[in-house]
Structure formats: structure tokens, C-alpha cells
Design a protein. Structure first.
Length: 445
């Protein structure tokens, strides 16, 4: 039985063939093809034998021993497929690796394999994280690694069990930079190697960039006082609360939650979109809503507030109504008509104005539009013995439509003529009596 012995003095590349075995067969063509196998599956995790070429490869240097001995079998490939094939040959292999060349290896997030001899824990590794980072100091490191005791030469690698976004970071010496403007959380696992990678130490750091939210200069988009009708349907859109800010980090999303602070159950505010809608029926009133926006960016919290004025326009619902004791037959003037309106908004819906109807050209009557006092004009068109029939209208200035109420009245001022005649007779009799008194007195004398 042949014995192959090979001694290695340098580090081995896993892509490099350790040794090539070659067997021959006197048969021709397909009967001369050879198949190679390891004698035991115990070595399958350490070595790989190519079945056709006979090349032996090292799969991993981890936990590599200094001495390996095993057999290699060579088969006639054609006969190997037959039952009870006992035609084979073997060779004994002896591989010797120096103990001082035993090494570990690990892959970085860039798929680079780092080989080293020994894992240590003798250095104190600390990190200095920059606070209140912003776009203006993108050229400055966000994380600085410090090693104690100090050492002049070392290498830093991010190994592959770090978070995937770590590939976006930029390294220079012992400083780490953000390679873009996106703020994320990074789970970093480092491999620090010393003395030409003969010794390496592993450590980790959870990086959460800290940024001053005041740099964003948050403010609410201005909203003018809002006017809506009291009959607005429930769930109707009212306005959109929008937060504006200085976008110092392009394309960086913010987590913003909107909240309605004062207990106005008539309204509802969507927490994420900032859409304000109607929740219940409204009454004629003025509302002042206090809105707060809570901003969260990488566990940094910031809040600002604003106020919104909402004015509810009353819809005209009630007609003016004359009081129950209003006279509809008048025997003397002036007379005051009074109408009432139950709408709350007295400037429009409850504001009442009076006017005459069916008395237009040369009308001897007039009514004060504000207080409803009906009186005679000072003209010669009035006929004292005539009975007049008028219609008084009381109307409001309501929105969106004005309502009115009418009342028919009868005016009879003929008694005024009789009274005036009696007054004339009395005055005439008094004057006559005054003129005759001196004559009587003269006769007596």
C-alpha cells in the first residue's frame, strides 16, 4: 500500500488543492475512468475530495489539528456501479500541519474572510458616540473607537452577524461615519486584530444616532379661523393639520402622532394623517381646539402645540312670531308691533325688521323698520272717515334663507273725527262766553 505524506509550513487557502491523487486503469475508454473517495465520512467536515480529479481540498481551518491520517480509495468508475464491486485500490495519506499555524477565520459583512490565530480579550474597548448629529457635521465621525492600553497598529472589521444596514457605514482608522443621510439603528459586531492578525478581539456596540430635533425647526402650517354650518353631516371633513419642518435629512421619515388635547367630543382627529373631522352635531358656538404633535425620531421625542378657531354658523330655523297680545284692530295711532325670533344668532337669524304691505303709493301710514311703531304720515292723503286694511310683515335676516311672518290689521280712526269735532265746539263755546261776560256785567251796573 502506498503512503502519501505531506507537511505544510504556510497557511492554507481553502481554494487551493492540498494534494492531487492519480490512479490509472489499463482498460480503455469508459472502463478506464477512475472514481475517488475518502475512506471515512468523519473527515467530510474538514476535507473535500473531488471524485473525478482526485484533488483534496481543506474546507475549514477552524479547529485544525496538527496531524491527519486516512485512506483514499480509487475505483473503476464503470465497475463501481456494479453490484459486489470489490475491485479497488487505496492509498494511505498523512497530512502534517504545524501547531503554530492553526488559525481561526471569520467573514465580514463585505464577505471578506479574515484569518487569525488567537482570540483574546485583554484590551478594553470603548466607544465615543457623537450627540446631536445633523447634516452640517456629516464630515465628522458619528462613532469613535478607543482601545486601552494604546496600541499603534490594529485593524477593525465589522463581522457578518452585524445588522445588514451596517454595510452603509464608512470606516477610517478607528472612526465610523454615516455614508448617507438615513438615520437608522445599527447592531455592530467588531473584530479588532493586532500584530498582523495573529491576535483578534471581538466586541459589539448598539449604535442609535442621536440628533437634536430642534434643528428641524418644527411648526404647524397656518390655519385661518374656520367657519362651518351647524347642520354639517357627521364625519364631514373640516381641515388638515400639517406639520412642517426644515428637512435637514432628505428622505428621512418622521414618526408623528397628532392628538386633540381639550375635551371637545364634537371633533375627531386622525392620529397619523392629521385629518380633523366632525364627530357630533354642532350648536351655534365658537370652539378653540388645542392640537399637539408628538415627534419620535430614534428615541428622541419632541412636541409642539397649536390652536384652531372653529366658528359654527347657526342655520336659520325659526320664523318671527308676533306676540299673543298684538292688536289687529286699531282705533288710535301710534301703535308698536312686536315680533319675537327664537334663533340664537340675533345679528342675523334673530334680527327682525318690519315693513308695510299693500300700502304703497301715497300711503298715509308708515312703520319704523327697526322698532315696529306704526304711525300716520304728515300729509293730506289720510281720510279720517275711511277704514284701512293693512298687512304688517316681520322678517329676519337669517342664513342661508330669510323667514317672514304676516299679520292683517284693521285701522278705524273715525272716533278721532268725533273727538276733534267735540274739541272744536268746546273751544268755540268758551270763546263766545268770554265775549258776552262784559255786556252782562254792564247791564247789572
Amino acid at each position: 500500500m502506498d503512503i502519501y505524506e505531506k507537511r505544510f509550513t504556510e497557511s492554507i487557502d481553502t481554494q487551493q488543492s492540498l494534494i492531487r491523487f492519480h490512479a490509472t486503469d489499463a482498460d480503455e475508454i469508459q472502463h478506464a475512468q477512475i472514481l475517488y473517495e475518502l475512506s471515512s465520512s468523519l473527515f467530510n467536515n474538514t476535507f473535500s475530495l473531488h471524485p473525478f480529479t482526485g484533488d483534496l481540498y481543506l474546507l475549514s481551518e477552524n479547529n485544525l489539528q496538527s496531524l491527519y491520517e486516512f485512506d483514499i480509495y480509487a475505483y473503476d468508475r464503470h465497475r463501481k456501479s456494479l453490484m459486489n464491486n470489490n475491485i479497488k485500490t487505496k492509498v494511505h495519506v498523512k497530512l502534517i500541519f504545524p501547531a503554530n499555524k492553526i488559525s481561526h477565520q471569520i467573514k465580514t459583512i463585505f464577505n471578506e474572510t479574515i484569518k487569525f490565530k488567537q482570540i483574546i480579550s485583554s484590551y478594553k474597548i470603548s466607544f465615543l458616540e457623537r450627540s446631536n448629529w445633523n447634516l452640517l457635521n456629516i464630515h465628522q465621525p458619528i462613532l469613535t473607537m478607543e482601545i486601552s492600553p494604546q496600541i499603534s497598529s490594529y485593524e477593525i472589521f465589522i463581522i457578518n452577524n452585524s445588522s445588514l444596514n451596517s454595510i452603509d457605514l464608512f470606516f477610517y482608522k478607528n472612526k465610523i461615519y454615516l455614508n448617507n443621510f438615513h438615520f437608522q439603528q445599527y447592531n455592530l459586531h467588531f473584530l479588532i486584530c493586532f500584530l498582523n492578525r495573529s491576535k483578534c478581539q471581538v466586541t459589539n456596540y448598539y449604535l442609535t444616532p442621536s440628533i437634536s430635533l430642534t434643528a428641524f425647526q418644527f411648526y404647524f402650517k397656518s390655519i385661518q379661523p374656520i367657519f362651518i354650518d351647524e347642520n354639517l353631516p357627521i364625519h364631514s371633513y373640516i381641515t388638515h393639520i400639517q406639520l412642517q419642518y426644515n428637512n435637514i435629512i432628505p428622505n428621512q421619515p418622521l414618526n408623528i402622532n397628532y392628538k386633540l388635547l381639550n375635551n371637545h367630543i364634537q371633533f375627531t382627529l386622525h392620529q397619523k394623517t392629521g385629518i380633523l373631522r366632525l364627530a357630533k352635531r354642532l350648536k351655534y358656538e365658537k370652539y378653540f381646539l388645542e392640537i399637539r404633535a408628538d415627534i419620535n425620531l430614534f428615541n428622541e421625542y419632541y412636541s409642539i402645540k397649536t390652536n384652531i378657531e372653529i366658528n359654527i354658523r347657526e342655520v336659520n330655523k325659526y320664523r318671527p312670531s308676533f306676540s299673543n297680545d298684538t292688536l289687529i284692530e286699531l282705533f288710535q295711532l301710534p301703535y308698536q308691533f312686536q315680533a319675537l325670533d327664537f334663533d340664537q344668532n340675533k345679528e342675523t337669524n334673530g334680527r327682525i325688521t318690519y315693513r308695510l304691505w299693500n300700502c304703497f303709493n301715497d300711503c298715509p301710514f308708515e312703520i319704523n323698520s327697526n322698532n315696529g311703531i306704526l304711525n300716520l304720515r304728515k300729509n293730506d292723503d289720510f281720510m279720517e272717515k275711511k277704514i284701512y286694511y293693512l298687512q304688517i310683515i316681520a322678517f329676519d335676516w337669517g342664513q342661508p334663507i330669510s323667514f317672514e311672518t304676516r299679520i292683517d290689521i284693521r285701522i278705524n280712526l273715525s272716533s278721532r273725527t268725533i273727538k276733534r269735532s267735540l274739541d272744536r265746539r268746546w273751544r268755540h263755546k268758551s270763546i263766545s262766553s268770554l265775549l258776552t261776560i262784559p255786556e252782562e256785567r254792564l247791564e247789572k251796573q
